[in-house]
Ligand binder design. Structure first.
Ligand code: SF4
Length: 350
């Protein structure tokens, strides 16, 4: 793992992004923002899953008026996602959001951007400028004839020139493409030139199976290089899945610790128990814990005991019998009928 790139730090509500702050996990609601109760209910579920910042789409004035009502009921920073209409950004600031995400590809007028900055500055609000492959500035697209890492960086540079002209540094950047390699290259270039915090993601990554793989590779490779300060996994589906995947990426890179880390083998002819069923049971029991806990469930004694010993607690099966390990020591040997009960008891008792 490379050393983390040092960036400026930015405060969004009660969350610090950049500097030495932990890499945070964020997501976006899928509800209609005008529907306050549904939006609050979804954010509450996201908070339980560990979401540390939530973004809501603000496509119209009525959505703006939902913002203070939503903010009052939630515990994580609320960011308004604005496209096209800078007046919605001004209204969202006035109504008390913790931050803005605006797209310089579709709010292109410099004076309008400056007026948003002026209002944000008065309230010390950070703004994320999100450069997306799908909404790249038209002139830049024409110049490069397609979306390329250089085109994305040129778009970022243009807006940075405006921001630096007015001495506004309370900013976060994101440079996302549907193309994983372009995203990696563009963020590498950005990080070598600027020290603003980076929000990472692969845009429109797809449904959970494909999107998880693309996001894990794109976000994971960048984080491994020390690049990135906050992440959003973008999936077509429940935002809860986005948060879960986000934490799994961070856990795999040892950047955050949270909840269950399940080690289990793929099974083979040596396995004499129904390991799938056992794993599902363990997952069900411990999917909601926040405390970091590594559990190993292994199908036989070949690699089983070795892996189980590395975990906080683990079990390896020897035909129909299970051997229970805790902190590297064998604490029980019993039949598969009762070993899982023992495993669950031991975990619950700490
Ligand atoms: Fe097969 Fe045993 Fe390895 Fe599982 S741990 S895959 S059962 S050899």
């Amino acid at each position: 793992m490379y050393a983390r790139e040092q960036t400026k730090s930015v405060r969004v509500g009660n969350l610090i992004i950049g500097g030495n702050a932990p890499i945070s996990v964020q997501s976006m609601t899928t509800t209609d923002t005008r529907n306050v109760s549904d939006t609050i209910a979804q954010i509450k579920k996201m908070e339980i899953e560990g979401c540390e910042l939530v973004r809501v789409a603000v496509p119209d004035l009525k959505s703006c008026y939902s913002l203070p009502l939503i903010k009052k009921e939630i515990n994580i920073p609320l960011v308004a996602d604005i496209h096209y209409d800078y007046k919605l950004a001004l209204k969202s600031i006035e109504l008390g959001v913790d931050g803005l995400r605006i797209n310089p590809g579709n709010i292109r007028n410099v004076e309008k951007i400056k007026s948003v900055i002026k209002s944000a500055r008065e309230k010390s609000l950070p703004i994320r400028f999100g450069i997306n492959s799908g909404s790249l500035d038209k002139d830049i697209f024409k110049k490069y004839n397609k979306v390329t890492p250089k085109a994305l960086i040129e778009s970022a540079k243009n807006i940075i020139t405006v921001l630096e002209e007015v001495n506004y540094h309370n900013i976060i950047f994101s440079i996302k493409s549907i193309n994983v390699i372009d995203t990696i290259q563009a963020n590498n270039i950005f990080s070598s030139k600027f020290n603003y915090p980076l929000h990472l993601g692969i845009t429109e990554a797809g449904p959970p199976f494909q999107g998880t793989i693309k996001s894990s590779i794109g976000i994971g490779l960048l984080l491994y290089q020390g690049i990135g300060n906050t992440i959003r996994v973008s999936l077509t589906g429940d935002p809860i899945e986005e948060i879960k995947v986000g934490y799994e990426i961070l856990k795999a890179l040892h950047l955050r610790k949270r909840g269950l880390n399940l080690i289990s083998c793929p099974t083979c002819a040596r396995c004499k128990v129904d390991l799938n069923k056992i794993i599902k049971k363990v997952e069900r029991q411990f999917c909601n814990i926040n405390k970091p806990l590594t559990i190993a469930v292994m199908g036989c004694m070949v690699n089983g005991p070795g892996e189980a010993r590395e975990a906080d607690i683990g079990v390896a099966f020897d035909k129909k019998n299970g051997v229970l390990f805790k902190k590297g020591k064998i604490i029980a040997k019993c039949s598969d009928k009762i070993i899982i009960r023992r495993l669950l008891e031991e975990i619950k008792n700490g």
